[in-house]
Design a protein around this ligand. Sequence first.
Ligand code: FES
Length: 316
Amino acid sequence: MGLKEVVVADIVHETPTIISIYLSMPDGTPIGHYTPGAHIDVEGPTAITRQYSLCGRPDGDDAYVVAVKREDDSRGGSAALHTLKVGDRLKISEPRNLIGLAGEATHHILIAGGIGITPMHSLARYMDVRDISFELHYFASSEEDAAFLPILQEKCPEKLHAHLGISRDAQTGILEQLRDDAPDGSHVYLCGPQGFMDKVTGIVSQRFNDTEIHFENFHAGDQVDESENTTFVVELEGEEYDIPVDRSIVDVLNDNGAEIDTSCREGICGTCIMEVLEGVPDHRDNVLTPSEREANETMAVCISRSKSPKLVLDYF
Ligand code: FES
């Protein structure tokens, strides 16, 4: 994974627990454009790498902006980023996008829960200046806890539906209503805590199929019982490799000279996706969509394994 060094150019306190960190190139050169909804890997002061959505203006090139919520149970990732000062250095990856705008959609429904506003903020700002049809539903516990609410109220008040301090039961009614009111041709985009994502997905999937639902999910999938792992064989470029029960596909392949990039190693970022030419993967990631899993044409080799005795893989 190629990381580049950047410098903290500014820090803005968005809410009592959320800061925006502005990252620039140390030599002052442009940091580059990205597509709205993209995220980067950030290696923090404790060398822990996490994925963060870029939440500034995608067409600006002077700084990347990530918003970081200080989690109560942080193991060093978000808490360490909250200790940063202007001038500190970090390492980041190039932007990747798992939640880009669907070109075939005629209307875009953005649904954010809490800190899940970060990719939605960049998508909304991008669409607003281009007159692309969208609506943004922002669920947060209070106005004080709703990052970017003032700028969204200023820039796109008629597109913004702020649902603040809404009970879980009332959320259900709002989500069902927006699902039923959605114009034909809509696509839905989700980001938020896992429980919120599960709830929204359950409601909107009653109308939209999974090619019309896009999500960014920086959470690992359910824990699987690794004691049930089995051995299998992976073939890559004509060579066969045994995958033992206690090693991942990517570790075995890279130890044998393959060059497969990884980042999260938990099945959430999509960096290690490979093409499946033969065999049936045992998907354990949280990055492929249900239809991608069903198609068995790709897999996340940092975490997924095999249901068949052999997989034939290729670089994606
Ligand atoms: S390295 Fe992130 S999904 Fe495999």
